[in-house]
Design a protein around this ligand. Structure first.
Ligand SMILES: Cc1cc2nc3c(=O)[nH]c(=O)nc-3n(C[C@H](O)[C@H](O)[C@H](O)COP(=O)(O)OP(=O)(O)OC[C@H]3O[C@@H](n4cnc5c(N)ncnc54)[C@H](O)[C@@H]3O)c2cc1C
Ligand code: SF4
Length: 472
């Protein structure tokens, strides 16, 4: 354990954001890291609980008390080794994970959990800066070839684990660069993309081959993968967005979040955006429908593009400011959270249902909405209009796209339309085909995708070799 009395003596302190007035002028990350001393102090607050609930709160089961103790004792290199034993990409989770581990930290019962995510990020950033993260090239090759479709966090984690076990891992990606939603969904101001490039370099040195701009099921037959490879892993994400079937949906200026966000990420990454009609929020009244992470990303991007106003609508009632810890701990509680993007100047409205989109000359001009009571029933006479030149639909994702890849392979789906596979073997209904990440579990988190990629790699390794030394 770090400092025995640390949690009694030291208050929680976390990374701060650069002021909103500065950060909205650019698309770079704006989290200000803690100093080395402050990070060690924060690690010293860990109580090394007899039952570390943070282990199970973290989907990759990071051994949090162990690396907190190593950081407190300044053994950063061993802390990095420990952290990487459970998480392939802690620099991603250290930036974008919502940190369910902190909700389950015992110190959270008094509202001041250990700053686990910040310490995780400090360990991995220091490891890269000091050159401790080198390619882990296998000594023996197995001669087995595996195709991984999709290069989001699930596909990347799976490919890295398989390559380290000596297999030939081939990642197929329909976009021009690998990374999935890490690269094209999550804005640069939350996670800069050179962090992905660095990992891709490491993975290539470990023997992973990337085949980009290949849409499997369209550019090449999905079934050809079964002929050319010993196993196929489906890690294509859950890309079918939830639509808003109301009058006026077909007006111009109404777009899915994932039509809008990738354009900005591509501009920053100097990639062509492949359209004559760029979607820009500049000088527009923007309404974002959907109160989640994707909605927040639309807000931050719209504000940086120079929107006149940004309003975010959520259909559910406003959650409580504080949860009842004795009822919710160690689980992830429902409570009011304010993202950095929301802080930058969005107006938030809860319990609002959009009934219609109105336009002029084919372009959206306003939303007609009604207010809902706590049972989601419309309040009579509550109809109102909101001015809008750009409407962004960020209401989540329904399931993976079935056309092409999935339908041609003939895999079975679960009741929600995700690829059916359990969390032990990750095997689909088609022999030698496995599935992981959002494609299997539905829309989720980066950390869950990493977990599933790792576990699928183990399942595939065991399937091909009879047993596996890869960790689950
Ligand atoms: C805008 C946005 C912001 C988010 N922010 C956060 C956040 O802050 N924190 C967090 O934890 N989670 C966040 N998420 C969720 C998170 O990004 C996903 O849960 C995670 O990326 C899923 O990983 P994955 O590897 O399963 O799929 P994805 O990241 O979706 O990757 C799938 C990849 O497969 C490729 N692909 C699909 N079909 C084919 C095909 N037929 N051939 C070739 N390639 C194919 C796709 O192009 C894509 O690159 C966010 C999601 C969105 C949309
Ligand atoms: S990956 Fe997420 S849940 Fe796990 S330790 Fe890091 S921040 Fe916490």
């Amino acid at each position: 354990m770090g400092k025995v009395t640390g949690f009694l003596e030291i208050d929680r302190r976390d990374r701060r954001y650069a002021p909103a007035s500065d950060r909205i002028r650019h698309y770079k990350e704006f989290l200000i890291p803690l100093s080395e001393e402050a990070t060690k102090d924060q690690a010293a607050r860990c109580m090394n609980c007899g039952i570390p609930y943070c282990h199970t709160g973290c989907p990759v089961n990071n051994q949090i008390p162990d690396w907190n103790d190593l950081v407190y004792r300044s053994d950063w290199e061993e802390a990095s080794r420990n952290l990487h034993s459970t998480n392939n990409f802690p620099e991603f989770t250290g930036r974008v994970c919502p940190a369910p581990c902190e909700a389950s930290c015992t110190l959270n019962l008094s509202d001041n959990p250990v700053t686990i995510k910040t310490i995780e990020c400090a360990i991995v950033d220091r490891a890269w800066a000091n050159g401790w993260l080198r390619p882990e090239i296998p000594e023996v090759k197995t001669g087995r070839k595996i195709a991984i479709v999709g290069s989001g966090p699930a596909g990347l984690a799976c490919a890295q684990q398989l390559a380290r076990a000596g297999h030939d891992a081939h990642v197929f990606e329909k976009n021009a660069k690998p990374g999935g939603l890490l690269r094209y969904g999550i804005p640069d101001f939350k996670m800069e993309k050179h962090l992905i490039d660095r990992r891709i370099d490491q993975m290539q040195a470990e023997g992973v081959s990337f085949h980009v701009s290949v849409n499997v099921g369209v550019d090449i037959a999905a079934t050809s993968l079964l002929e050319d490879f010993d196993a196929v892993v489906l890690a294509g994400g859950a890309e079918k967005p939830r639509d808003l079937p109301v009058p006026g949906r077909d007006l111009s200026g109404v777009h899915f979040a994932m039509e809008f966000l990738p354009q900005q990420n591509r501009r920053i990454g100097r990639e062509p955006i492949h359209t004559n009609e760029p979607i820009l929020a500049s000088a527009k009244h923007v309404v974002v429908i959907g109160g989640g992470d994707t909605g927040s990303d639309c807000i931050g991007t719209s504000i940086r593009q120079g929107a006149l106003s940004v309003t975010q609508l959520e259909i559910l009632p406003q959650p409580p400011e504080k949860e009842n810890k004795l009822l919710t701990w160690p689980n992830w509680p429902l409570k009011l959270r304010t993202s950095s993007s929301q802080e930058e100047g969005a107006k938030r409205e809860f319990s609002v249902l959009t009934k219609e989109l109105r336009g002029k000359d084919g372009a959206v001009k306003a939303l007609v909405c009604v207010r809902l009571d706590d049972n989601l029933k419309e309040i009579p006479g509550s109809a109102f209009e909101i001015k809008a030149d750009l409407v962004l639909l960020a209401m989540g994702f329904v399931a993976p796209v079935h056309d092409g890849l999935l339908d041609s392979l003939g895999v079975a789906f679960d009741a929600r339309g995700n690829v059916a596979a359990d969390q032990q073997g990750y095997a689909t209904s088609v022999a030698r085909v496995f599935a992981c990440g959002d494609m299997r579990r539905g829309q989720s988190l980066v950390v869950w995708a990493i977990r599933e990629g790792r576990q699928t790699a183990r399942a595939v390794d065991a399937f091909l070799m009879g047993s596996s030394l890869l960790p689950r």
